[in-house]
Design a protein around this ligand. Structure first.
Ligand code: SAH
Length: 244
């Protein structure tokens, strides 16, 4: 039997936000590989081997998947949200570049609902005009680059979504982010702290930039920053489709 690798996004948390395509791949899989909490979302069954691994071993994990598929395994690599958004899909292609012997592998990327879109839907429509997504983790890029992109996005009046806003190893990073925004935007700018979206712990907290504090974000939070026109209507937050 020919092996394959599917890189699947499991969505932000709730079971009905997993796509039927991802569920079908999991039903056919012989092996599931991924970060421990994501693999924990897959129900064990006969004939399925679960390979939970720690964070920060993405390339090893990707190479392991390619190696298993080469021996005939049907491998699903699981990510949360969408696998192409700060997740495993790029790591698999990096591993493919590093190991040309797997060049003919059958690889499919199965899209999922990424955190910023689930968060935006929970709040209303804050990403209804132009926006960008920035990973605030400096694991894979220097802080100076994050700061530059943040500043340029703010000057361009993009709405923004921040992934990995704050961690125990970088407690000061999000404070620096807020300070840069305060230099570039008005204090009335709306910010949505969307935590654990679509899970039982979901919390959506909308404040102005003037009111925002670093402790409002943690690693289960995606932060949405509105553009200059983003506003409240009733209990919703939305960004008009037009820039004028
Ligand atoms: N591939 C994932 C992102 C992985 S990076 C996706 O497409 O969503 C991990 C970051 O995603 C977290 O630090 C947090 O910022 C965000 N995130 C993931 N799931 C979330 C959820 N249910 N609610 C809020 N933020 C979430």
């Amino acid at each position: 039997m020919t092996g394959w690798v599917a890189i699947a996004g499991l969505g932000p948390g709730r079971e009905d936000l997993v796509t039927p395509e991802a569920s079908a791949a999991l039903a056919e899989a012989t092996d599931v590989i991924g970060y421990i909490p994501y693999v924990a979302r897959v129900a064990p069954r006969d004939g399925l081997t679960l390979h939970p691994t720690d964070n920060r071993v993405e390339l090893d994990r990707a190479a392991h998947a390619l190696e298993l598929a080469a021996t005939g395994a049907r491998v699903v690599i699981v990510s949360s949200g969408d696998p192409g958004v700060f997740a495993m899909a790029s790591a698999v292609f990096e591993a493919l570049e590093a190991h040309p012997k797997y060049a003919a592998s059958d690889i499919r990327v199965l899209p999922g609902i990424t955190a910023m879109l689930a968060a935006a839907a929970a709040a209303g429509a804050p990403l209804g005009h132009d926006f960008c997504a920035i990973n605030l983790s400096d694991n894979l890029k220097p802080w100076a680059l994050i700061e530059h992109r943040l500043r340029m996005a703010a000057r361009g009046d993009f709405a923004m979504a921040f992934y990995n806003p704050r961690s125990k190893s970088r407690p000061e990073g999000f404070e620096k982010t807020l300070n840069i925004l305060r230099e570039e935007c008005s204090p009335e700018h709306l910010i949505i702290f969307a935590r654990a979206v679509s899970t039982p712990d979901q919390a959506i907290n909308t404040v102005t930039l003037g009111e925002a504090t670093p402790d409002m974000a943690d690693m289960r939070t995606v932060v949405l920053v509105g553009n200059a026109a983003t506003r409240r209507v009733g209990r919703y937050v939305y960004t008009p489709r037009s820039a004028t």
